[in-house]
Ligand binder design. Structure first.
Ligand SMILES: O=C[C@H](O)COP(=O)(O)O
Length: 252
């Protein structure tokens, strides 16, 4: 279902107390202000369960920042889809560029992670996006298309109703350099076209496609007003309560 979504990826930030405080403050703000966008927070895994209990899921959803590619067993440090599902978690970020870069996640691994999410009724926020050199070489369309198809071709078509895509140009992440609203719209429209060509009009029309990369309280409105941009995956600005609520409010 194509929803407006603003997701805060807290990455490896916030201590326990600050994470709970931010989560409960956001929950109270959403309850009072009833924004159009579904709000999701993605803390470090050690805080997932306590945040699930601290917020009301009708206001704020909680997402894992990753999911194992495996069912169960000897995979030290991994958390399985079944384990995430067993604490009542409904969302997981998968294939973030930082995991592709620092943990060596390939499209093939990401395809397995998506399967684990679908198998355990978890809605994946599946991240794609080109690097600076790929953008400069004008390869961004083909990079994004191959990331999409390599991870999605092997999925069951009916599972794609759970899919959320986050387009995050790597050169815009944490750099203060945002894609212009026109650049972002152009590639979001292209992603929707690829979904349409490969998986049909229903998947294309019903998939929420979020933009990520230096979204802040000043630029959110222009970015979110583009027709194929359904919200944002926000890093740094999601750690600041005042900024993040303005970003949520801008997503209409
Ligand atoms: O997952 C979020 C993105 O990596 C964006 O991070 P950023 O808003 O700090 O640029």
């Amino acid at each position: 279902m194509r929803d407006k979504i603003v997701a805060g990826n807290w990455k490896m930030n916030l201590n326990f107390e600050d994470a709970i405080q931010l989560g409960t403050n956001l929950n109270a703000w959403v309850a009072d202000n009833q924004p159009d966008a579904q709000v999701i927070i993605s803390p470090s895994s050690i805080y997932l369960q306590v945040l699930l209990e601290a917020v009301d899921e009708q206001y704020v959803k909680v997402a894992s920042q990753d999911i194992s590619a495996h069912d169960k067993g000897a995979y030290t440090g991994d958390i399985s889809g079944e384990q995430l599902d067993s604490i009542g978690l409904d969302f997981a970020i998968i294939g973030h560029s930082e995991r592709r870069e620092y943990q060596g996640e390939t499209d093939a691994i990401i395809a397995e992670k998506l399967k684990q999410a679908f198998k355990n009724q978890i809605n994946p926020i599946f991240c794609i996006g080109e690097k600076l050199e790929e953008r400069e070489a004008e390869q961004h369309f083909e990079v994004v298309k191959s990331q999409l198809l390599n991870a999605l071709k092997s999925q069951n078509i009916e599972d794609l109703s759970r899919l959320i895509i986050a387009y995050e140009p790597v050169w815009a992440i944490g750099t203060g350099k945002t894609a212009s609203p026109e650049q972002a719209q152009e590639i979001h429209a292209y992603i929707r076209k690829v979904l349409n060509d490969e998986f049909g009009v229903e998947v294309a029309n019903e998939t929420s496609i979020l933009y990520g990369g230096s979204v802040n309280a000043q630029n959110a409105n222009d970015i979110f007003s583009q027709p194929d941009i359904d919200g944002g995956l926000v890093g740094g600005a999601s750690l600041k309560y005042e900024d993040f609520i303005q970003i949520i409010a801008a997503c209409k």
